[in-house]
Design a protein around this ligand. Structure first.
Ligand code: FES
Length: 151
């Protein structure tokens, strides 16, 4: 039939394209101003979270910033921030297992790859990848010895 879409059981579910942000905004004063202007334009703000010295390699630290629950960690020298609550049944990802940049939920074992922008790479109870929504990964920046997260 013309114009209709047929889905089979083997159809690949639609996944929206990943947002791509530059890894860091260069910290020269003019770029900082430009970066902040761009964030305002798209409705995002940089929010200070904590001193950078608090974040240790592989450790998971939970914070609430402006009402948003996030987890911070240091991965290969890069600070990564992601949403605290699992997209399955809100397991606490700050209590999860982090291995090779993949966070595993302590409740039913769903896995999310932080290097792939929080993509679900294993579902709960070993269901297929993509069976629950991806988690949100936030852009981070270090300024004046403090960690900022883009919300
Ligand atoms: S709550 Fe995270 S896998 Fe179920």
């Amino acid at each position: 039939m013309v114009g209709s879409t047929v889905w089979s059981q083997n159809s690949i579910p639609y996944r929206p394209p990943l947002k791509s942000y530059p890894d860091t905004i260069p910290l020269s004063p003019i770029n900082l101003i430009k970066g902040e202007a761009n964030l305002k334009r798209i409705g995002l703000t940089l929010v200070k979270v904590c001193p950078v010295s608090k974040i240790k390699q592989g450790e998971l630290l939970a914070f609430q910033v402006q009402g948003v629950d996030i987890v911070l960690t240091l991965l290969g020298g890069r600070i990564v921030a992601f949403q605290r609550w699992c997209t399955h049944e809100e397991g606490d990802l700050s209590m999860g297992m982090l291995e090779g940049g993949v966070i595993e939920c302590p409740e039913h074992g769903a896995k999310f790859d932080l290097s792939l922008n929080g993509r679900n790479v294993l579902g709960p109870d070993e269901e297929e990848a993509g069976s629950v929504p991806d988690i949100r990964v936030f852009k981070t920046e270090v300024k004046d010895g403090n960690v900022y997260v883009e919300l």
